[in-house]
Design a protein around this ligand. Structure first.
Ligand code: TEU
Length: 552
């Protein structure tokens, strides 16, 4: 078994996790204060999203210095203490390496702007007059992906915000600089890395207009991406650490290469195809209910494709860019508890390493903001304007944001029923979701039937059952709409021949099970998400019901 197959990783968005110094912004000491909670939950690693010095145009994904702690989050001593205190609890710290681009406030870019050739070559500058944009590619946050610098008479590429300039990975000096960053953090005791949009680092040789799309097919999983990854992983000496690449619009074939141990690239990959099944015609800003059949199909394809060719998935529903899953594919009203638990089980029992995003383990919901003034995210603010320009009314645009904004996942962690959800002694940088009196960690710790308790059980089960961590997977009842069912089993296992059966109803209507296909008297119930569950395999699954059985 690879070292990370039985591990669970918890993502922390420091700005919204815990504010220890009462300024309304979460910080590193706040994370230290909550390590006991993370140990109680049972996670093996925490991945911290960027806390480096940054102008915060994109909440830290615009890094101005890769080897620093922004004063808003604390200082290097706080980080060192966090690493050592986490280590004492058996928790490894993973950092977020934003290596596709830097902030335009980074020293390298500032020197490039002064016309220093050496540093201009760190970025992607193209000659041209202000009227001649190099290509028609679009930024992921809306608008063109090029910005003109009048005093240089050149354009620079930014696939994200214009303050996030893309690095030129073709330049070996850039790669050396980034390896040094990795070595620096390794020496500090960091145990793993998440690489931000790392499949976008290799740009094409020729820059030309995209006649069919926004330009992504020119640079997604680009020509030298595998070479570059192999090189930095090898030279920085991080082959044995846990690494995960965030892969934008990628393919199964590419992710097999990124994550197959023989290729010596990364431990695993995030892909987002399953989180686009509610985008109408692929457009995030057009509302549509989730297409559950497409969701089932995608899981099946990715699970089987990766299994067949030795790849490894990071499995997840939530992160700081995504709305809350219980509000999205579940039901945050009547079936809040059941659907949150079912969604948890449906991915934690898959083949892959599960990620939990802070608050997901409590069943935190979208906040349903109603004013544009409540939003903070650069993408949300840009798209609000774009939607209005496209002719949407304010009400319609707000409705879209309430479902799609990245801020849905960025509201403060709900620790208790105290003011500001126990996150801060003062008004937080972004509003708390107003259901925190019912949904919070303190209340759920007291309740054996809570969503939190369910996540703890799922984490423990991964450590107890080899079939979960390392077993094979195959899918059952594919033709039954809303039924997401699979088997996990150890092959060639002499002793127990461990085999598990997972049944999830992804919908709010009951699902009839064709039990003739199962040896129903051979299964023992291990876990169920309803408070009362009969021991055997039922004829009908209740709304959002989730059951885990072991075969004997
Ligand atoms: O995100 C990459 C990315 O492309 C998306 O998740 C993006 O936020 C979404 O497609 C917009 O609709 C990563 C980080 O997770 C994100 O927070 C950063 O803003 C982005 O990279 C740039 O660094």
């Amino acid at each position: 078994m690879m070292d990370f197959h039985d591990k669970v990783i918890y993502q922390i968005y420091p700005k919204s996790f815990m504010d220890s110094d009462g300024d309304g912004v979460g910080d590193l000491r706040g994370i230290i204060d909550k390590l006991d909670y993370l140990q109680y939950l049972g996670v093996d690693y925490i991945w911290l999203t960027p806390f480096f010095i940054s102008p915060q145009r994109d909440n830290g994904y615009d890094v101005a210095d890769y080897r620093s702690v922004d004063a808003a989050f604390g200082n290097m001593e706080d980080l060192e203490e966090l690493i050592s205190q986490a280590d004492g609890r058996g928790i490894g710290v993973m950092l977020d390496m934003v290596f596709n681009h830097t902030s335009t406030e980074h020293e390298w870019f500032q020197r490039a702007l002064k016309g220093e050739k050496e540093y201009m070559d760190y970025y992607i500058f193209k000659d041209g007059s202000s009227e001649h944009i190099p290509t028609n590619w679009e930024s992921k946050f809306g608008g063109p992906s090029w910005e003109y610098v009048p005093n240089l008479g050149k354009w620079y590429l930014h696939l994200f915000d214009r303050t996030q300039a893309d690095l030129n990975w073709e330049n070996p000096n850039v790669r050396e600089e980034l390896k040094e960053v990795l070595r620096f953090w390794k020496r500090k005791g960091i145990k793993g890395f998440r690489f931000d949009v790392v499949n976008l680092i290799s740009k094409p040789e020729v820059y030309e207009d995209d006649t069919e799309g926004d330009g992504r097919h020119f640079y997604t999983d680009g020509p030298h991406v595998h070479e570059f990854l192999q090189e930095i992983v090898r030279d920085a000496g991080i082959e044995n650490m846990v690494t995960v690449g965030e892969m934008s619009s990628t393919s199964i074939a590419s992710c097999i290469r990124y994550s197959n141990p023989d290729e010596r690239e990364l431990s695993m990959c995030f892909n987002f195809h399953h989180l686009k099944v509610d985008y109408k015609d692929g457009n995030k800003w057009e509302l549509m209910p989730p297409d559950i059949q497409a969701l089932k199909r995608l899981f099946r394809q990715w699970q089987l494709g990766m299994q067949e060719h030795g790849g490894w998935n990071a499995v997840f529903w939530c992160n700081h860019d995504q709305p809350r899953i219980v509000s999205r594919f579940g039901d945050d009203g009547r079936y809040w508890k059941e659907s949150a638990k079912m969604l948890a089980a449906s991915i934690h029992l898959l083949r892959g390493t599960p990620y939990i995003y802070q608050g997901e383990e409590l069943g935190m919901t979208n906040p349903y903001f109603t004013h544009i003034g409540q939003y903070r995210d650069v993408e949300s603010l840009n798209y609000y304007e774009i939607l209005l320009q496209e002719g949407k009314t304010e009400k319609e645009a707000l409705q879209i944001l309430a479902s799609r904004s990245r801020d849905n996942g960025r509201t403060p962690m709900q620790w208790s029923s105290e003011p500001n959800a126990g996150f801060s002694g003062t008004t937080p940088w972004i509003c708390v979701t107003n259901n925190y009196k019912q949904i919070n960690a303190e209340a759920e710790k007291e309740d054996e039937a809570s969503i939190l308790a369910y996540y703890r059980k799922l984490i423990r089960l991964r450590k107890e059952k080899r079939a979960i961590a390392d077993g094979k997977i195959d899918f059952l009842f594919e033709e039954t709409p809303y039924l997401f069912a699979y088997r996990r089993y150890m092959e060639c296992e002499s002793a127990s021949g461990e085999e598990l059966l997972v049944l999830n109803n992804l919908g709010k209507e009951p699902v009839v099970l064709d039990t003739a296909k199962l040896e129903t008297d051979k299964y023992k119930l291990l876990l169920g998400n309803y408070e009362e569950t009969k021991a055997g395999i039922p004829q009908v699954l209740r709304p959002y019901e989730s059951l885990l059985f072991e075969k004997f």
